[in-house]
Design a protein. Structure first.
Ligand code: NDP
Length: 506
């Protein structure tokens, strides 16, 4: 582990299902974080100058070592986060997918590109991509491996070093990954973990890193951005959402219900791209609700074979209870679960109908196993309500022929059509949101380039008689320029933009 020297206190990690103490970790002070970043900078200097082939070799070894530890990582995640072991194993698998994908596409995503030099026809114009240096990753507790790995894998593949602050609720998972990294990477400081609570995260946001990649709430995201602003450090913010699902009258109702149930309840609803609200066409609303209720009643909460595990944080249980009580007070109907069915860290899956946008459950991130279903009179109303949110992360549409056109009207970073959350499992699709869901993209080629700086180079290949970048101009230069403006941009000129317009109008 990266070393913490300044503070004697330690942070305890508990099993949220049983309350059992699983371990304790050091609390990194601001000075410890700065020292880790300084070590990472030295590692980054070497790592960034390695060839893609050399980096690929080490990243492949890292992936294989993580895969070999899959069972242990999943078991630890099950204990520390509360999610069922099966879901933990899926998380490990999806994380490995990103390590593999980032490794495979980095050289292509960062390949130098030749672009048109426009009127400076005697120049070669190129765009090249270079590692930023040190990336600070601040991760959440809900997907303690998958979410941070979406930044870590792409940052490393792009040639950066990483300092990772995991959530105080799930530090042990991060430390296991750090152990594996130390064994596989030749540079021991390439991936370091700094443990602690919010103050350690704040110290990382203020430290001399070249970018901060943060996942968590919008409120903390704003604090991270303000802290990073002191050094003008760029930030990538993944801040959760209020993802809508639209079910049209010609949708396959059984499949739509199955997807809604999974999308809302997987990971006990603690996913930034959970289905948080459903809008169903009037004609099929009742049948859809019946199917959802039937499927929800088949689910088991808790135990070794449970579909839903314990909620990771007690604070989150309080938020869910508050949203449910607010909805009921404003007229929502509880079909399964409900506030009375909350017991300790377990929440029974709760289906609500008769919901509207006066209720927190339809406008604020609930982040729990709750599925509110609203009836709509038209697709237009569904789209309008889906877009009536400060968030804009994921979304989903179940429909027949109109599915794609409905999807295109949704104000969201990502949409799954006739499925849920699929965009998160396709590593080549960029992941991220708009509005209060944040900005910047992880995953895919955009995810690699997110951790690079872009450099433009204009290289003069030969001289032209007319050189505009000198004061030594001929006397008639003004006249010549006037002629050129007419010739290049004036009436009757067949320009590239004109060509494009003609094609677009066809
Ligand atoms: P936070 O946004 O507070 O925490 C996210 C991460 O930021 C954690 O690692 C946390 O550390 C760290 N952190 C806390 N304070 C600071 C700070 N001042 N500067 C830098 N980093 C900091 O989320 P919560 O855990 O409190 O959850 C609250 C809500 O956030 C949830 O109800 C949910 O709506 C949303 N959320 C969204 C997630 C997503 O995937 N987009 C993930 C998690 C939560 P520590 O845990 O040690 O305090």
């Amino acid at each position: 582990m990266a070393t913490a020297t300044q503070t004697p206190e330690r942070l305890s990690s508990y099993n949220p299902a049983t309350g059992e103490l699983i371990g304790s970790v050091p609390i990194f002070s601001a000075a410890d974080v700065d020292a880790a970043v300084a070590r990472a900078r030295v590692a980054a200097q070497t790592w960034s100058t390695r060839t893609f082939a050399a980096r690929t070799e080490e990243l492949v070894a890292f992936r294989k070592a993580l895969a070999a530890a899959a069972d242990d990582l999943a078991a630890l995640m099950h204990r520390e986060n509360g999610k069922p072991e099966l879901e933990a194993l899926v998380e490990v698998m999806m994380s490995l997918g990103h390590v593999q994908h980032a490794t495979a596409i980095a050289s292509q995503a960062m390949a130098t590109r030749k672009v048109s030099a426009g009127m400076l026809a005697n120049f070669r114009a190129t765009i090249s991509y270079h590692p930023l240096g040190v990336i600070g990753v601040i991760g959440p507790w809900n997907y303690p491996l998958f979410t941070p790995m979406g930044s870590i894998a792409y940052a490393l593949a792009a040639g950066n070093a990483v300092v990772w602050k995991p959530s105080e609720l799930t530090p042990l998972v991060a430390l296991e990954v750090e152990k594996i990294a130390k064994k596989t990477f030749a540079l021991p400081d390439l991936l370091q973990v700094v443990t602690g609570a919010g103050a350690t995260g704040a110290a990382l946001a203020k430290a001399a890193v070249d970018k901060v990649a943060f996942t968590g709430s919008a409120a903390t995201g704003k604090r991270v951005m303000m802290a990073a602003a002191e050094r003008l450090t760029p930030v990538l913010l993944e801040l959760g959402g209020k993802d809508p699902m639209i079910v049209d009258s010609d949708a396959d109702l059984e499949k739509a219900a199955e997807a809604a149930v999974y999308g809302a309840l997987t990971n006990a609803g603690q996913a930034c791209v959970s289905v948080e609200r459903v809008y169903v066409a009037e004609a099929v609303h009742d049948r859809f609700v019946d199917e959802v209720v039937k499927q929800v009643r088949e689910l088991k909460v808790g135990g070794d074979d449970g579909h839903l595990g314990a909620m990771t944080s007690p604070a989150q249980v309080d938020i869910v209870r508050d949203h449910l009580q607010d909805a009921i007070a404003k007229g929502a109907k509880v079909l399964t679960g409900g506030p009375d069915a909350i017991s300790g860290s377990y929440i029974q899956p709760t289906v609500l109908t008769g919901v509207d946008h006066r209720m927190k459950v339809m406008t604020e991130e609930t982040f729990g196993p709750v599925l509110p279903i609203a009836k709509v009179h038209s697709v237009d109303e569904a789209v309008q309500l889906a877009n009536d949110s400060k968030y804009g992360l994921g979304s989903s549409v179940f429909a027949g022929k109109a599915a794609r056109s409905i999807a295109d009207r949704l104000r969201a970073g990502m949409t799954s059509v006739n499925s849920v959350m699929a965009f998160a499992g396709i590593p080549s699709l960029p992941f991220g949101g708009i509005g209060d869901s944040g900005f910047g993209r992880i995953h895919g080629e955009e995810g690699v380039r997110e951790f690079t700086r872009v450099k433009s180079t204009a290289e003069q290949a030969f001289s032209l008689p007319l050189n505009m970048m000198t004061f030594r101009q001929p006397k008639d230069m003004t006249k010549r320029l006037r002629g050129m403006i007419k010739q290049l941009y004036g009436e009757g000129v067949v320009s590239r933009a004109g060509d494009v317009l003609r094609k677009l109008r066809k």
